[in-house]
Design a protein around this ligand. Sequence first.
Ligand SMILES: C[S@@+](CC[C@H](N)C(=O)[O-])C[C@H]1O[C@@H](n2cnc3c(N)ncnc32)[C@H](O)[C@@H]1O
Length: 242
Amino acid sequence: MISKRGEGKKASASVRQTSAESSPEEMAAFFERRLDGYEEHQLLAIQGAQEFYPFTAKLLPAAAGAEVLDLGCGTGLELRYYYAVNAAARLTCIDLSQKMLDVLQKKYAAFSPRTVCGNYFAMDLGRDRYDAAVSVESMHHFTYEEKVFLYRKIFFALRKGGRFVLTDYLEKDPAAERVGQEAKERTIRQYGIADGRLYHIDAPLTAEHEMQALTEAGFERVEEVGRWQNTSILVAYRGCEG
Ligand SMILES: C[S@@+](CC[C@H](N)C(=O)[O-])C[C@H]1O[C@@H](n2cnc3c(N)ncnc32)[C@H](O)[C@@H]1O
């Protein structure tokens, strides 16, 4: 999440929120324009970031050779902490932006992550393939229905006993969630954004609503394991072994 929220501290690199009142930018272009200083922004301007990135990494499998899918990996900020606890993990990292992936590849060449440039909604994520999936600060732009669709794909991509760790910008109450979703719909209408086009417009759900979407997608158990201001960490388990 990169936004106007952190603008007081670092206006040029601001990435957390594009309000519906400003003209929207296409998703990959939005992040590429802010690539310079991106990681500093994430860690300094988002409250709790210095804690929730390492916390997220500790929730991922520690076993050597664990297969992990990272959705919306960007430059791989979360991997800095994950490779520190599991240097032998096998990562598949998806992002819309090749420029973000290029930075990731350069930083983690020693660990040979696999990178895939594309839209995780449109991509085949496979079946029974990963021990864990993770997504940090990437999915708060989408509606409840879009998320159920995506979470179902993630559910089937996990092996039984696998888990999905979702660290994201979530709204505190249903009224605020409604305001954000309605503002996003207005922007889509106002700018004539076609179905399937991805624009950077923040519209976070509440943690409760997010957990409901994960359950509807098939996850047997969903827990909120941490919260820092507007960021929560949810863990959703496929099967009972989590
Ligand atoms: C705020 S960045 C987070 C990057 C990284 N996870 C982190 O925490 O630093 C959000 C990333 O999600 C990617 N993204 C957003 N929607 C996506 C989609 N539908 N498919 C693939 N990547 C997406 C963006 O390109 C961007 O790199």
